[in-house]
Design a protein around this ligand. Sequence first.
Ligand SMILES: *[C@@H]1O[C@H](CO)[C@@H](O)[C@H](O)[C@H]1NC(C)=O
Ligand SMILES: *[C@@H]1O[C@H](CO)[C@@H](O)[C@H](O)[C@H]1NC(C)=O
Ligand SMILES: *[C@@H]1O[C@H](CO)[C@@H](O)[C@H](O)[C@H]1NC(C)=O
Ligand SMILES: *[C@@H]1O[C@H](CO)[C@@H](O)[C@H](O)[C@H]1NC(C)=O
Ligand SMILES: *[C@@H]1O[C@H](CO)[C@@H](O)[C@H](O)[C@H]1NC(C)=O
Ligand SMILES: *[C@@H]1O[C@H](CO)[C@@H](O)[C@H](O)[C@H]1NC(C)=O
Ligand SMILES: *[C@@H]1O[C@H](CO)[C@@H](O)[C@H](O)[C@H]1NC(C)=O
Ligand SMILES: *[C@@H]1O[C@H](CO)[C@@H](O)[C@H](O)[C@H]1NC(C)=O
Ligand SMILES: *[C@@H]1O[C@H](CO)[C@@H](O)[C@H](O)[C@H]1NC(C)=O
Ligand SMILES: *[C@@H]1O[C@H](CO)[C@@H](O)[C@H](O)[C@H]1NC(C)=O
Ligand SMILES: *[C@@H]1O[C@H](CO)[C@@H](O)[C@H](O)[C@H]1NC(C)=O
Length: 816
Amino acid sequence: MGLLNCISPRAIATSALLLTTLAQDVFARPSPEPKAAWIRKGPAKKKLANTLKRAVEGQRRATELESCAETLTTTTSAKKVNIWAPLTDVETAGVVEWLFAQEDLNLTTTEEATPWDNTITLVEALWPNKTDALAFLDGNVSTPPKYAHVVLDHRASENPYYIDIFVGPVPVTNETAWKPLAYPLTKENGGKVRNLDADSDALFTDWLYVHSESIADITLDLWNGTALGLENDTLDIWGIDPLWQDDGRIIRWDTFWSLPTDDFDAETLLPLGLFLMSDVTGRDISQWKLEGWLYNNIFYETTEDFRAAYWTEGFVKNGGNVEGDWARTDQQGPMLPLDTAYPPVTVAPAGSRFAVDAEAKYVEWMDFSFYIGFSRDTGLALYDIHYQGKRILYELSLQEALAHYAGNDPMQSGTAYLDTFYGFGPYAFELVPGYDCPAYASYLNTSFYVAETSHTHINSICLFETEADFPLQRHTTSKYVSVTKNTYFVVRSVSTVGNYDYTFSYSFFLDGSIAVEVRASGYIQSAYYANNEDYGFHINDFLSGSMHDHVLNFKVDFDILGTNNSVQLMSLVPATETYAWSKGKARNTMKLERSFIETEDDGRFNWGANSATQVLVVNENEVNKYGEYRGYRVLPYTGTSHLTVKNSSNLGNAARWAEFDVQVTKQKDTEPRSAHPFNSQDTADPPIDFSLFFDGEKVRDEDLVLWVNLGMHHVPHTGDLPNTVMTTAHSGIQLTPSNYFDYDQSRRTVNQVRIDYDNGTATDVVTFGQFDVANATCALNFAAVEPNLAGYQGDIVVRKFPFDPNNPYFETESIV
Ligand SMILES: *[C@@H]1O[C@H](CO)[C@@H](O)[C@H](O)[C@H]1NC(C)=O
Ligand SMILES: *[C@@H]1O[C@H](CO)[C@@H](O)[C@H](O)[C@H]1NC(C)=O
Ligand SMILES: *[C@@H]1O[C@H](CO)[C@@H](O)[C@H](O)[C@H]1NC(C)=O
Ligand SMILES: *[C@@H]1O[C@H](CO)[C@@H](O)[C@H](O)[C@H]1NC(C)=O
Ligand SMILES: *[C@@H]1O[C@H](CO)[C@@H](O)[C@H](O)[C@H]1NC(C)=O
Ligand SMILES: *[C@@H]1O[C@H](CO)[C@@H](O)[C@H](O)[C@H]1NC(C)=O
Ligand SMILES: *[C@@H]1O[C@H](CO)[C@@H](O)[C@H](O)[C@H]1NC(C)=O
Ligand SMILES: *[C@@H]1O[C@H](CO)[C@@H](O)[C@H](O)[C@H]1NC(C)=O
Ligand SMILES: *[C@@H]1O[C@H](CO)[C@@H](O)[C@H](O)[C@H]1NC(C)=O
Ligand SMILES: *[C@@H]1O[C@H](CO)[C@@H](O)[C@H](O)[C@H]1NC(C)=O
Ligand SMILES: *[C@@H]1O[C@H](CO)[C@@H](O)[C@H](O)[C@H]1NC(C)=O
């Protein structure tokens, strides 16, 4: 921490002045008059006057001094190896080479593969079992053996399937072998699940475009366009996810969309209201069957029926949705007053007050430390979170995100995206400094495997400390006022899965609290308006803001002072009580009722009405000085939601985790995840049916896991155009100490003040040894606050087979 000899954190209070001064040098633009507000508000009393004088001197001196350190990252070394680290480039290349050498796997490289060849879909590190991890972290055993998690796409078959396998040990030796990765699954099928997507190319070229062409007279008449798979197409055609999987048949509904006429990603705002139903069971396209067309709520069983009706006089034609400024995100409309003046920014004048081991992805901030993991399916995850040297959480990680739509039309009614199918890792793109995260944030890279290459998202995880716009603590009396700064630490990544951008933030606070939040932005998936009045607002010419539920499942694996934990529910209940002192009279009042969750049978529940029930994770063997169980409370931070739909026709057993707000299971090495990316491929019997975790096991005084849902019920309105905004598209939970300590731990920060006053005079200003601005030896360089946006690069790709580490190239692939 060699950077502290710089302008103090307290100088943030005065940095507005300093910034103004320096900004004049950095930008040759007129700057506002230095504000007198600070001086006017500052009491003109002796002690404060001195403070002010020193501050002003500090600034004056600072402007003459060297600028503060360029680097804002302090480094540390992880205490132990990060056992959730990704495979190295060399390890991945070794595994890929080994896989191609296994004749029984019969693999073809992705580049050469046809839809009838087997390919490698994924190679990444397999997370260790918790049992082995704890033995390593807490005991004296060596690093658990390293395995690769591999997904193979087995398409050289009439019945194509995906299979999860694990390969090890890694790095490859002559002892390396593979096994089906079946233990995390509830499905009894040797790690396999059918692949409904094996003929995705032919689906377009030999099916959807063919049927689209067969009604080109109609699409041209309705929208002056065609969807034929040509460069000059002005229409697109795609449909539901997951596919309908009833009665042994695979049915899909597809619909037409206008293509945007420029680079704006507005297609999901441009539905056209014509739907096509197909039975696509099996791999023989000649056996697929067109089941009919739907237009304006009338179903036509054949193309001939539809055409005949269409060209009959009196046929009702609805308009189409076309792109316009309403669908573009660039600045438009009259400029806001004073908006071209530089807005307030946060700065970190002392450099970072946290430390990172970038290699090991290990982080320390104040009393917290943790490791960062990153996977293809779920992106960012935090492991082994310690507070004051003791583990609080073994794991805090996203499991799955669901967006379940509804509507009178089959496209909206049939859509229930399970986003890990697409993956959060591959779409965790480079962050924009100064916008996604403060310009002074530290960044980490992440990598993922695709088609014998590894892609690296540069600067895709950011780490920063920031100051809330409200204090953590305050109190005023007739003699003093005391206030504490609310400085907190954030780890953030953003995944753009198709039309939606999910911002994930994990925040750490001085009182020992942790918050998990998700905010959504990007383009909504909208519906054609006709007949959808009960399923959304009318938001543009022929557009419905299609209603949908977002539900995001997080694994919250607490280890409060060991693994023997319990979930205690404590409710405030109305009561009528007679007391020793109430002279026999009953009083209407309230009291506390406490209970424990004994088994998994009672392990699935919702947040109580009126926020009356506290969910406490406690260690019954560990009490504080007053005999109360030490623990953490889990509570909604902003709104959360579970799925409104009961027993969804789209999802079957694929997302049972979405049914309740909070779910408690016994921790098991065989139940590491609540969901699987291929659950959408077999909704009746998915790889992981979360409801099967609940088999009556004891969860009291056990190692337990809470599976908690974030989410929101989203009924987009005109304010969601062109993009949803994060003011309300926001959900979170907090994990906060409950009797864990004997008093509030934020008292330990020096970044608080007590001002004593008497008869209009501040008599003492106590700053507890916090950094004194007068001691600043360097100046704040405003240029460092202004991010270098021209440095944005996109993803870097390195070929793994054949391994070609020295010729990386740039390529960024989004879903749309
Ligand atoms: C191996 O895969 C090829 C296609 O890449 C296929 O033609 C062949 O039948 C497969 N061999 C075995 C033994 O399954
Ligand atoms: C994890 O535990 C399961 C169940 O005991 C076991 O089958 C599996 O091999 C273990 N996985 C690893 C990577 O050690
Ligand atoms: C840990 O094990 C090593 C050998 O594997 C031994 O030298 C060391 O003394 C052990 N430490 C403790 C604390 O048991
Ligand atoms: C693996 O290689 C080592 C030497 O590198 C050798 O001693 C051992 O016998 C080999 N094992 C097998 C199963 O081939
Ligand atoms: C129809 O589309 C074609 C090419 O896509 C365009 O040249 C023509 O102007 C359009 N006609 C109308 C009436 O918009
Ligand atoms: C679109 O491209 C195809 C093939 O290049 C061409 O035949 C057709 O005339 C084009 N259509 C329009 C409307 O330009
Ligand atoms: C991220 O990757 C870039 C490009 O390879 C590299 O320059 C940078 O040092 C990496 N960042 C970290 C924190 O490892
Ligand atoms: C944890 O609970 C188990 C039984 O549920 C008990 O056998 C064990 O002794 C407990 N461990 C501690 C540290 O209390
Ligand atoms: C869910 O719906 C399906 C199909 O209607 C039905 O077979 C099944 O029993 C239902 N399951 C539950 C748990 O309600
Ligand atoms: C309060 O301060 C004023 C002058 O600012 C003085 O006249 C007055 O006597 C003081 N009152 C007390 C109670 O000290
Ligand atoms: C500031 O500098 C003074 C004089 O060198 C020193 O006494 C004081 O301890 C310093 N304060 C801090 C917080 O470093």
